[in-house]
Design a protein around this ligand. Structure first.
Ligand SMILES: [Ca+2]
Ligand SMILES: [Ca+2]
Length: 488
């Protein structure tokens, strides 16, 4: 059994090394069966995909490395009047996040036309969402969350996403990486303390939200003084967020206080430090991943089927299931930046799949409105089983390929028969398995197997199972008859 597992992980690792004229290609593309689209000439050509982010640092280096097309083959638009397209991250630091996301979209849908759009702040986001819809861009990949609630789909960002969806935009949004950095509870009027243990050099940034309109609450970031007392360093503002605070050591805590209204729950999110044992994974989808109009995405490390521990999950504050899908993460789409992680990477993969599905629907003459596109994408998702404490989301994994491998089997006659198996697939065959008379004989990585098997006199049942990386599986059975040689 151990050998079997090693063989199967070997199959997966073979994908990791895949490169092409387009540079290194994310393992997630193969995990979702994007290669089954490419094999049929479907690459997203004819579809514009907006990669919406706070910043696109490192763009020229990525283009020079062949990981993104030349600038004249992309479009750009900035809603950051201070830093332009380079932008800054949520904490004000230079960032290459948007560039990494664009590389992933291109790996999955190399024919799609990339539109790189960045923004700063809530106003910048609202302008960008309106610009994308006004320009008729059909797919958006947005891998960011803001931490000022509410998180029930009614906040300003969620409403902007819903408006864009209403104008024909398939808005793919990260659910967030907050499962271990979220708290939901009823705060005390005297203040409820949430323990945090930031390291020197970390930056603290928090947000909160609630749904009950009668409620009001504030967050206070506090530092312990030499005499043991606590002093407030920053308090949440009218956007229900705290300004970033740099930590240079010492003991810190977060206090959430209800200042008005009934005993009703609030959601508290942390951008950086976790809440440890008081973290509440349920309800940790931030905004605008909470929008009904968003196709919200959780993260599954690409080799497996279990969501990452950090991957935000629903329900939303108003009780809706989110995320809508999960995508592969912890991938390498640019050899210089191994291990791009989080629901960010998962989201960019799903946006790439959206471009492929749209391309295919165009070629088949099928409707490509946002409702039809969304239904097609979610309908293809790989079932990851029922939601549970660990599996979390219950949402399926996005994929293009829904066709199981075809299997060819030949067997030589005689007591020691040579069985040859070959599986065919437009995507990538992960493994072929052989059973004889109900007994497992072998699982081989990849599409081929040549195996000698002992047959008993009379009828023998040979079964072959082939699996592709997108999770499709097929089985064929053959009956081999061995005649007793002594009777001749
Ligand atoms: Ca690449
Ligand atoms: Ca397949």
């Amino acid at each position: 059994m151990k050998r079997l597992l090693i063989a199967m992980s070997g199959a997966a690792l073979a994908v990791a090394a895949s490169t092409s004229a387009l540079g290194i290609v994310s393992q997630g593309a193969f995990r979702m069966g994007a290669d089954a689209a490419w094999a049929r000439g479907i690459d997203g050509a004819g579809t514009r995909v907006a990669v919406l982010d706070t910043g696109f640092g490192g763009l020229d280096e990525s283009i020079a490395a062949g990981e993104l097309p030349p600038r004249d083959q992309m479009e750009t638009k900035s809603f950051d009047p201070v830093h332009g397209l380079e932008g800054r991250d949520n904490l004000g630091a230079p960032t290459q996040h948007g560039t990494r996301m664009a590389e992933i979209v291109r790996d999955v849908a190399p024919g799609a036309r990339l539109v790189l759009v960045n923004y700063a702040g809530i106003d910048g986001f609202l302008q960008a969402a309106d610009w994308i819809a006004a320009n008729g861009i059909p797919v958006v990949s947005h891998s960011n969350s803001l931490l000022g609630g509410p998180f029930d789909g009614t906040g300003p960002l969620a409403r902007a996403v819903d408006a864009a969806a209403g104008r024909g935009v398939l808005w793919v949004n990260s659910g967030g990486n907050f499962a271990e950095r979220h708290w939901r509870g009823v705060p005390s009027p005297a203040g409820t303390e949430l323990p945090i243990a930031p390291q020197p050099g970390e930056t603290l940034s928090f947000g909160l939200g609630w749904t009950d309109p009668a409620l009001k609450a504030v967050l206070s970031v506090q530092r312990q003084q030499a005499d043991g007392s606590w002093s407030e360093v920053v308090v949440s503002d009218t956007t229900r967020r705290t300004d970033p605070v740099a930590v240079d050591g010492g003991a810190w805590r977060l206090v959430v206080t209800r200042t008005q209204g009934p005993d009703a729950p609030v959601d508290v999110f942390s951008r950086t430090v976790g809440f440890g044992s008081v973290a509440v994974p349920d309800g940790s989808v931030a905004t605008p991943g909470d929008a009904a109009g968003a196709l919200s995405v959780g993260a599954v490390p690409w080799q497996g089927t279990d969501p990452a521990k950090y991957s935000s999950r629903g329900p939303t504050a108003d009780g809706r299931a989110k995320p809508d899908l999960v995508g592969p993460t912890y991938v390498t789409a640019n050899a210089l930046f191994p291990g791009t992680a989080g629901t960010s990477a998962a989201t960019a993969h799903v946006a790439g799949i959206a471009a492929l599905v749209r391309d295919e629907r165009v070629s088949l003459g099928q409707p490509i409105d946002v409702v039809a596109l969304r239904a097609d994408i979610t309908g293809r998702a790989r079932d990851l089983g029922a939601p549970g404490a660990d599996a979390g989301t219950g949402a399926g994994m996005a994929r293009f390929d829904v066709v199981a491998p075809r299997i060819g089997v030949t067997a030589s006659p005689g007591r020691a028969s040579i069985v040859r198996v070959r599986a065919f697939d437009d995507g990538t065959v992960q493994s072929v398995s052989l059973r004889v008379n109900g007994r497992a004989v072998r699982t081989a990585a990849g599409p081929y197997m040549r195996q000698q098997v002992g047959l008993r006199t009379g009828r023998n049942r040979v079964e072959v199972v082939a699996r592709d990386l997108a999770g499709n599986e097929s089985t064929v059975a053959r009956v081999l008859v061995r005649r007793d040689a002594k009777r001749r």
